[in-house]
Each structure stands twice: as C-alpha cells, then as structure tokens.
Design a protein around this ligand. Structure first.
Ligand code: DCP
Ligand code: CA
Length: 367
C-alpha cells in the first residue's frame, strides 16, 4: 500500500493552531525579494476550492483569495521534518517492509500481514488510518494494490482521507479510463507527445504498439510505459539507504550548552535509532553526532569503532563523548541535535553464513 498524508504542511499547521482549521490555509516559501515574492508550498483543501495549489506564485494565491479570510504562513521545515520522522516510525511498524518515498509518503508491503487477502488489506489500511489519526491527529489517503504502481495511483485517485483498494482483477477496469498523466513519469511534455500519437487514456497506451513506444521514447522508458499501462510492476518495497546510514535529528526545548539537556535528547535519539536497526539485524561501526547551532551552522563529529556493534549503551556512551568533545571546542549554544550511525555490517546468523558462503562459491566457480 501507499500511504500519503493529506495537504501535509498545511495539515500540520492546522494541528499547531486549530483555530485556522476552517479557513483557507496557504503555506508559502517566501523568497524575500518583495513581501509577496515566492511560491505556494501547499494549501489545505478549503484553499484548493479557490484553485490555490502547490507551485503557484504567492501573489496569485493572494489574488484568488482576495476578500476571503485566509491564512498565509511561511514554511517551517524543522517542524515538518520532525513530524515526518514520527509518522514514518509509526508507519514502519505496520509493514513487513517499508520504503519512504517523500516527506509524507511511504510504501508498505503488507502481503504477509494480510495473508495476501485484499479484504483484510482494506481493514488493515483502515486500522493504519485510525492509528495515525489517534496518535498524530492526521488524516492520510491510502491506496492498496498488488504492486507499487497500482497502489500509488489508487492513493492518488481519492483524496483527502481516501481509502482505495484495487484487486488484481480490477486493475484493467480501474486504469483503462484514466488520462495517461496519472501514471508516474508521464508529465506535461510526455502527455502532449502521447496526444500527438493518439494516446489519451491508459487504455489507449496499453493497446499501443510497444515497438512504436520504444522507438519514440527509448527502450527503457517505452517499455516502462507499456507495462505501466497494463498495471504491471515488479519493483520491491525496499528501505532506502538500507546500506548507508540511519539518523535522527531533533530540536531541543531551548538553545543550550548544558550537557545534561543535550545528553537527555541524544539518548532518546540513540534509542530510536537502535530500535530501527534492531529488526534489520544490522551492526554499525561509525557514529556521528550532528549539532545545529544557534547561528544555524551545522557541525558534525564522528568516531569509528574497532568492531561493529549493535549495543545501545555503546552508542549512547560514544555519542556523549563526542558531544562533550565538541562542546569544549564551541562557544555557541546548540539548537538541534542529531545522531547518525553508518558503516553497517549485517549480523550473520549461522544459516545466512552458510548460504552466503555457497553463493560466493558458485560465483567463484562461475568465474
Ligand atoms: N511540496 C512543496 N512544493 C510542491 C509540492 C509539495 O513544497 N510543489 C511540499 C508541501 C506538501 C508536501 O511537500 O505538503 C507533500 O507534497 P504532496 O504532493 O503530497 O502534497 P500535499 O500533501 O500538500 O497534498 P495532497 O493532499 O494532495 O497529498
Ligand atoms: Ca501528501
């Protein structure tokens, strides 16, 4: 399934200040050149009724909402990023495997959890929606399908607060009437190009000769369009950066250089990080601390251990040492703290060791 939070930044602003909930809310990236220079980041659904949407200039949004009691707010990246982390941690727990694809979107493989039963998957998706609402006060839209491509289109098809299930039998009838622009990777230019070929709907695309698609769009993209139109996608749900790093970052209640306050927050981040890697059976060698200072400069300091570890106490102790070293060098106070672990090695279980040994043998023999 694909879980996509509704009007994400604007919904978070409504949570912070519920009094704006019934008004059009427009979240803006102000460029600062003139008071109204910049673009709309997103808007709540009330504002969308006035055709205010992501990407349009702020002055245009103001014009559309002239004489309306609307709320214009600047983006608050720190707040959104922290909320996103909490949401992703919550969603991850509901999945057999998990892949975040944006600040407010993630794929969840729930095949095993729902016994590959679409009826059960619907109830499971509803449970996730209820959980998100109860814990974070947020609504989302969920698409359920036999693969990522269909799940994404399903989620997009009903917003906000949607829940759309597409079974394998329903793929053709679900996709056929849609405009091709609903497929991921079909933007404005491609839509225009397809139009000249007489392709308007997904059904048109599915019926179009694949060789002609390849000669027009190239082998990889042409073939992708053909399979996408048929609702075929074999991509796995895969945690991104699985081999790279896991990090957490958080804002302190107040700017400080007090080691106790920093350690308290850092310990919490270490526990979150350790919980995340625990089920993946990973060990790490490199530990990095990140400190964002009151002047918004970012500093980091790392230590690589002699042996890989998965131990929380070791992580906490090293993080504390690194912060202590860092604070002795710095004169500024800290605003946000972060912890990152990297340089992973997989915890080898006996069976795994044997399998990887065999694989290695086969590869070497082949060579
Ligand atoms: N965003 C942005 N500029 C864009 C598009 C998006 O700054 N051109 C930001 C603001 C959004 C967030 O990314 O809140 C997530 O993008 P979505 O496309 O998922 O849009 P929303 O969550 O706002 O709305 P929807 O309810 O359509 O998902
Ligand atoms: Ca969204």
């Amino acid at each position: 399934m694909l879980v996509d939070l509704d009007y994400f930044f604007a919904q978070l602003e409504e949570i912070r200040d519920p009094s704006i909930k019934d008004k059009p809310v427009v979240v803006c990236v102000y460029s600062g050149r003139t008071p109204d220079s910049g673009a709309v980041s997103t808007a709540n659904y009330k504002a969308r009724e006035y055709s205010v949407k992501s990407g349009i200039p702020i002055y245009q949004a103001k014009k559309k909402l002239e004489n309306v009691d609307a709320v214009f707010l600047p983006v608050d990246d720190v707040y959104y990023e922290e909320a996103s982390q909490k949401i992703m941690d919550l969603l991850r727990k509901h999945a057999n495997s998990f892949e975040q694809v944006g600040i407010d979107e993630a794929f969840l493989d729930v095949t095993q959890k729902t016994d590959c039963d679409f009826q059960k998957a619907r109830s499971y998706a509803q449970k996730i929606k209820d959980d998100l609402k109860a814990r974070q006060g947020l609504t989302c839209s969920i698409g359920v399908g036999p693969n990522k491509l269909v799940a994404k289109i399903a989620a997009d098809s009903q917003k906000p607060d949607g829940l759309t299930v597409v079974t394998p039998e329903q793929i053709t009838s679900f996709l056929a009437p849609m405009p091709v622009s609903r497929l991921i990777g079909v933007g404005i230019k491609t839509t225009e190009k397809m139009k000249t070929l007489g392709i308007n709907t997904v059904e048109d695309l599915a019926k179009y000769d694949v060789q002609k698609l390849v000669s027009t769009f190239g082998k990889n993209i042409g073939t992708y369009f053909h399979y996408a139109a048929l609702g075929i996608d074999n991509g796995p749900v895969q945690e991104k950066g699985e081999v790279e790093s896991v990090s957490r970052i958080s804002t302190l209640k107040q700017n400080t250089d007090d080691m106790n306050l920093i350690t308290e927050k850092a310990d919490q981040l270490c526990a979150e990080i350790q919980a995340e890697i625990l089920h993946q059976g990973k060990k790490f060698k490199t530990i990095t601390i990140i400190a964002i200072m009151t002047d918004l400069t970012t500093k980091s300091k790392s230590k690589t251990l002699d042996n890989p570890t998965g131990d929380l106490e070791m992580l906490k102790t090293t993080v504390k040492e690194l912060f202590q070293e860092y604070l002795q060098e710095s004169t500024l106070e800290v605003r946000r703290v972060g912890v990152k672990i990297s340089n992973f090695s997989k915890e080898q279980k006996t069976q795994k060791q044997i399998t990887s040994f065999f694989n290695k043998q086969i590869k070497e023999d082949d060579i």
